[in-house]
Design a protein around this ligand. Structure first.
Ligand SMILES: *Cc1c(COP(=O)(O)O)cnc(C)c1O
Length: 387
């Protein structure tokens, strides 16, 4: 058994990130300023987005996007149950009703073939989540959007570096919202980015993110600026700080390398677990895409074991292997059970995955030995708890 606990995720923060943060702290300008602009430009170039708006989180990005789109009471938004809280809580807090569509059993992405039957005259948008960093099948989403006049909002929290049919997520004619939370493939501590080719939407999100002011503070207080400003609408305070962008600036050039290493480890797991019938391994989508491997999420076939998934995670912890839970299906959480109950058995693939899924350790600085420790521990727990 390993001596030290292996967390399921750990950000890669090196001297370049640290020095850039120190430079912010000593420069006299620590909040939104030139480093945020540098990070915005770098990210925009990396994903080939027309416009990119840096924010304090992806949750903020979802909020401002829905407000900018004019989502209001009574609107319906179609999304997946296999996601993080904000994908549903933000539509709800904007007065909209989230409508859940089941997932595909292999990729755990939303099953686009089941969306049509959930579209009503009240439907305004679809929020596909690129689960674990694997692109959803976007073309049929775009076709539905065109046919019914809907907006596609990509929850790209897992998808920095993900590609669909040769193009990066962030470049499509939609709205893609990225997260830079420490567990994500690229981090700024906390942070998010809204990418879109829609200039009007980008402008609206940009105004809403900082008090509805027409000029950002750092431009007003720079030697060349004037301190005056005008408030053109009421807005929030969802801006990214230079201290955050300082980290992101040095993560960007490393992102492709991070993804390569994540892929190596994921494929090592796939190979080592290929014969383990107690696990259902993550499947590759059949179309051309680049998986960013944000998460490695096998399903534990609990029907073949004497323990459930939570006990499986506990057993791994005793062997000093950390795990994550992405996700317990959203409709299984208590608020949703009470307030947005789903007909029994209407989301069978999500229910199946929800009871069996776990995230094994996956981060770029993991060593081959760490990965072998994970494999050994998983096999050990299975061997000791077979039915
Ligand atoms: C992390 C995450 C979010 C929220 O991102 P924040 O930057 O933490 O607000 C939204 N959706 C999904 C699928 C996520 O994993």
């Amino acid at each position: 058994m390993r001596k030290e606990f292996l967390p399921f995720s750990r950000p890669t923060i090196e001297a370049a990130e640290i020095n850039e943060v120190v430079d912010s702290l000593t420069s006299g300008w620590i909040t939104t300023g030139p480093k945020v602009k540098r990070f915005e430009d770098g990210f925009k170039k990396y994903v080939r987005a027309k416009f990119a708006v840096p924010l304090s989180s992806a949750t903020a990005g979802l909020h401002l996007t829905l407000l900018a789109l004019g989502i209001k009471d009574g609107d319906e938004i179609i999304t997946t149950p296999m996601t993080f809280a904000s994908t549903l809580s933000i539509p709800l807090l904007c007065g909209a009703k989230p409508v859940l569509v089941d997932i595909e059993p292999g990729t755990l992405n939303i099953d686009v073939t089941q969306i049509r039957e959930k579209i009503t005259p009240k439907t305004k948008a679809i929020i596909p989540v690129h689960f674990a960093g694997q692109a959803c099948d976007l073309e049929p989403h775009f076709a539905l959007a065109k046919e019914f006049g809907l907006t596609i909002i990509e929850d790209a929290a897992h998808a920095a570096g993900t590609e669909y049919k040769g193009k990066r997520i962030g470049t499509f004619d939609t709205i893609a919202i990225f997260s830079f939370h420490p567990n994500k493939n690229l981090t700024t501590g906390e942070g998010g980015m809204v990418c879109t080719p829609d200039e009007v939407l980008a402008e609206e999100v940009s105004l809403l993110k900082f008090h509805g002011m027409n000029r950002e503070a750092w431009k007003r207080f720079a030697a060349s600026g004037t301190p005056n400003y005008d408030i053109v609408m009421p807005g929030f305070k969802y801006n990214m700080m230079d201290i955050q962008a300082a980290i992101g600036i040095h993560q960007l050039p490393k992102l492709d390398g991070f993804i390569d290493r994540r892929k190596q480890i994921a494929e090592f797991y796939n190979q080592q677990f290929a014969e383990v019938s107690e696990l259902a391994l993550p499947a590759y989508a059949p179309y051309e895409q680049r998986h960013a491997w944000h998460l490695y999420t096998p399903l534990v076939r609990i029907e073949k074991l004497t323990i459930n998934r939570d006990q499986f995670m506990e057993e791994l912890k005793k062997l000093n292997i950390g795990t994550g839970l992405h996700y317990k299906a959203i409709h299984q959480h208590s608020w949703y059970r009470e307030n947005l109950p789903q007909p029994e058995g209407s989301l069978p693939n999500a229910d199946y995955a929800s009871d069996r899924i776990l995230s094994l350790p996956l981060f770029p600085t993991m060593t081959d030995e760490d990965a072998s420790d994970v494999v050994a521990a998983v096999k050990d727990v299975i061997a000791r708890n077979r039915r």
